[in-house]
Design a protein around this ligand. Structure first.
Ligand code: GLU
Length: 217
């Protein structure tokens, strides 16, 4: 288990994401991380330990963007360390992913991507999703997501951001919980309603197999 949260809107995303993570720590707490889009590019800060360690990371000062995703992890694939913590990014660093669940066929997909020259940085099943998204990305994130969903097996709630489409935050769910929160000029995603309730009481639970594209409006 683990907790994910995402925000897209007009405010600085990192304080909203971090306070959301604090609410989700009961779901996992071996490491935590956050990525916001800075000048369009995902900038990741992550480390081993609880969310309060992340709060104290001086690198957080660089995160001023208004779109982002965050994660508090309970490792299933790969040791709890800085590299394996989420967000996981694609090789170019242009796509970032947070994930709750297990990609059961990750080994086969990893082998496929390695045969295409993709170099992996972590031991996680999640990195396969980020790398596969980049492999399929051809200017349309939703199209890449759809192709990836046809290839991955297992359980997942995903939050995805992409440098080439900085006005979008994509949410995907199958067999792991995910709720969306609707606000005025912002929208949120989270593993549990406790992470969004401070900001909005208008929520919607994604059904299995559903995909949502969140924009500030
Ligand atoms: N399988 C992922 C990992 O080990 C996510 C773990 C989880 O959902 O707790 O990084």
């Amino acid at each position: 288990m683990c907790g994910i949260v995402g925000y897209i809107g007009g405010q600085k995303a990192s304080p909203i994401l971090l306070s959301g993570l604090m609410k989700l720590e009961y779901r996992g707490y071996d490491s935590a991380g956050i990525a916001t889009l800075e000048d369009g590019t995902p900038t990741v800060v992550k480390n081993t330990g609880r969310v309060r360690n992340l709060y104290q990371d001086p690198q957080l000062d660089a995160l001023t963007g208004t779109v982002g995703i965050a994660h508090t992890r309970w490792a299933t694939h790969g040791a709890p360390n800085d590299v394996n913590s989420h967000p996981q990014v694609s090789q170019s660093g242009r796509i970032a992913v947070v994930h709750n669940g297990i990609i059961e066929n990750y080994a086969k997909l990893k082998e496929f991507l390695e045969s295409k020259g993709v170099v992996f940085a972590s031991e996680t099943d999640t990195e396969v999703v980020a790398q596969l998204l980049e492999y399929y990305y051809d200017g349309d994130l939703l199209d890449a997501v759809s192709k990836v969903l046809h290839r991955i097996e297992g359980a997942y709630a995903l939050g995805i951001v992409c440098a080439d489409e900085p006005d979008k935050l994509v949410a995907v769910r199958k067999d792991s919980p995910l709720v969306l929160g609707y606000g005025e000029g912002f929208n949120l995603l989270a593993s549990d309603v406790t992470a969004v309730i401070k900001h909005t009481r208008e929520v919607c639970y994604l059904d299995d197999g559903e995909v949502a594209v969140l924009t500030p409006g």
